[in-house]
Write a protein that binds this ligand. Sequence first.
Ligand code: FAD
Length: 279
Amino acid sequence: MANFYTDNLSIKHHLHHPLMKRIVELRERNFADKDEFDYAPFDYEDAMDSYEKVLEIVGEICGDIIAPNAEGVDHEGPRVENGRVIYAAGTKENLDATVKAGLMGINMPRRYNGLNFPVVPYIMAADMVSRADAGFENLWGLQDCAETLYEFGSEEQRQKYIPRVCAGETMSMDLTEPDAGSDLQSVMLKASYCEKDNCWYLNGVKRFITNGDADIHLVLARSEDGTKDGRGLSMFIYDKKSGGVDVRRIENKMGIKGSPTCELVFKNAKAELCGDRKL
Ligand SMILES: Cc1cc2nc3c(=O)[nH]c(=O)nc-3n(C[C@H](O)[C@H](O)[C@H](O)COP(=O)(O)OP(=O)(O)OC[C@H]3O[C@@H](n4cnc5c(N)ncnc54)[C@H](O)[C@@H]3O)c2cc1C
């Protein structure tokens, strides 16, 4: 019955920082959600109380489920079958537990079924998950790709994808390629617009993608013909339900083995532009 929140008094320091009052006010926009959602806080103390309660749940799941699973997950690791990633049994159990406890989309607005947490308690939760199993944090923590989608996606895209993340679907951020790592301006994966189908198609290879078989991907791709640098790149959303992306292999890493680091092949994968063209 370990609890990674209650057994670590120093982590609470972040929640009691003097700036939290202002952070909560800004996040809750003067507690405007209280009339619409019965679980929304009505003042600062109420908000702090809800963070405490959720962090205690995170601490319990970390102590009782994720940490005890960590060794088995590291031994078993994920594998690829028919282009799809199969997680280790413990990883599936960890994900189920966090989804059932409502710990996905933690900092997404309530209107998309999130908890609307500020970054501070979210990162405190991430800290505990990392302590339990750093590999699992790599995967669970990708829920913050939803933040990018929220920031740059259209309202239609927000409504389409963010509730799915809050319900437990996973995400990935597909940037790196065999010839584009630190120098992301060299990304080559091609995005072509098809007038007939009125949509974009992605073709190319991505490498080192954490949780590369995610349900929803954010993909950096070259949308502008004849360009060579960052000015020809745009961000796309790929939905696994559309098909067109296979996992070719998983890296054999020295640690965080439970987190699948994938090489992906995009073959005419249908995608939506996220934000403006040319970033
Ligand atoms: C476990 C893991 C998970 C990852 N997950 C993701 C993910 O989810 N999504 C994603 O898109 N990518 C992911 N990556 C890829 C990661 O972002 C890249 O590895 C990183 O950007 C570096 O690129 P690279 O490996 O091609 O190395 P390179 O860019 O080739 O760098 C190799 C070495 O050269 C050095 N170097 C590079 N450029 C310069 C320079 N101009 N001056 C001096 N030194 C330089 C670097 O510091 C490094 O030591 C992951 C990588 C790992 C290892």
